[in-house]
Design a protein around this ligand. Structure first.
Ligand code: ACO
Length: 340
């Protein structure tokens, strides 16, 4: 495992940790089924189900961008918490599919919500983005700098898909999830966060064009370099190792055993990755949260979407210990342990 940073651990001398007050999510209504993809590229429903566990994913209508889904998810969370948007101090948005290079998607969501007091910024850690954002939000709350924080993971992955590449276009979907955080009053909340990066593995999952190294051009478009490329098999192997390692790291930091975990919410990348990690950890399927059969890999939105679903389904109870772990382009990987 590469060098990483421990951001917050039990006993850390900071102020009150952050707790998640409410969750929300947003999904576009349009469903893209495996059978639809089989008409676009050389694949089959059977291959996709067996190799990935995905049955369908949601795709936005033309003109819908990440800030639209993110705003809807945030509004759902704000309504559940009964918070006025003007009471927000900070908005963090994790996304690898921003509406545009600038301004940030966070500023667009701030405008949509009329959250006039909040400062807002995006955070780029691909599929680990939500957990990176959780670590940042927790530290701002612990430091006493912010009392009310909105964290959003939102993606329109369909915008960076190469719809002629069967090894990637079958995997991803669009969606958004949001959480609201405030200082904990009872000691529950975010118990720990662990973040890691290894830029040597940058080319496992990347979009090479459209930035300062390869600015937008006709040649770039022709070479399809504005779209995602992935070394799927290599990513798979690294993902299993890193998810297991960072999950164990979270447990060790909290002096907990895997039996103490009520729910494990991993980044929804491939059901074979999730099952392999759960098996290595010794975690039974009923404590593993899986929703990628319906939504595919929604990158930074995947964990908050799954968390919101688990909360709405009554799978999360006061005192539940929730272990979350993610990996993504960068390479980045991360874990968080939350006591609800
Ligand atoms: N339909 C049919 N056949 C396919 C398809 C498809 N959709 N995709 C690939 N194949 C073929 C390949 O061409 C290959 O054929 P060959 O043996 O004739 O060359 C064969 O299936 C096996 O290919 P592999 O790549 O070895 O298949 P694998 O079992 O590894 O599954 C997959 C591929 C699903 C991509 C898997 O590797 C995976 O899920 N990897 C992890 C991806 C991931 O988690 N990415 C997360 C990061 S995303 C982010 O950060 C934004």
């Amino acid at each position: 495992m590469g060098e990483g940073s421990v951001l917050a651990e039990p006993g850390w001398a900071g102020a009150m940790r952050a707790r998640i007050v409410a969750t929300g999510s947003a999904l576009p209504p349009k469903v893209l089924r495996n059978a639809d993809l089989a008409r676009m590229v050389s694949t089959s429903d059977e291959w996709i189900r067996e190799r990935t566990g995905i049955q369908e994913r949601r795709i936005v209508a033309d003109g819908i961008a990440s800030s639209d889904l993110g705003t809807e998810a945030a509004q759902a969370a704000l309504a559940r918490a009964g918070w006025d948007p003007t009471s927000l101090d900070m908005i963090v948005v994790a996304t690898c599919t921003p509406d545009m290079p600038l301004p940030s998607t966070a500023c667009l969501i701030q405008r949509n919500l009329k959250a006039t007091r909040a400062f807002a910024f995006d955070l780029a850690a691909a599929c680990s983005g939500f957990l990176y954002g959780l670590a940042v939000a927790d530290l701002y709350v612990r430091s006493g700098s912010c009392r009310r924080v909105l964290l959003v993971g939102t993606e329109v992955m369909s915008a960076i898909m190469d719809w002629t590449d069967r090894s990637t276009c079958i995997l991803f979907g669009d969606g958004a999830g949001a959480v609201l955080l405030e200082p904990s009053t009872d000691g529950n909340g975010i118990l720990s966060t662990h973040l890691h990066s290894d830029g040597n593995l940058w080319d496992l999952v990347c979009v090479e064009g459209g930035g300062s190294r390869m600015p937008a051009s006709a040649k770039m478009l022709e070479g399809r370099q504005h779209l995602m490329k992935m070394k799927g098999n290599e990513t798979f192997k690294v993902a299993v190792k890193m998810l297991e390692a960072t999950a164990r790291e979270a447990l060790a930091a909290n002096h907990l055993d895997v039996k103490d975990v009520d729910l494990f919410i991993p980044h929804q990348a491939n059901v074979r990755i999730l099952n392999a990690v759960a098996e290595r950890l010794g975690l039974e399927p009923d404590r593993l949260v899986v929703n990628m059969d319906r939504y595919g890999n929604t990158s930074a939105a995947s964990i908050p979407l799954a968390l919101d679903e688990a909360v709405q389904a009554g799978r999360v109870k006061p005192g539940s210990r929730i272990l979350m772990a993610a990996f993504g382009s960068g390479l980045t990987w991360a874990s968080a342990l939350v006591k609800w």
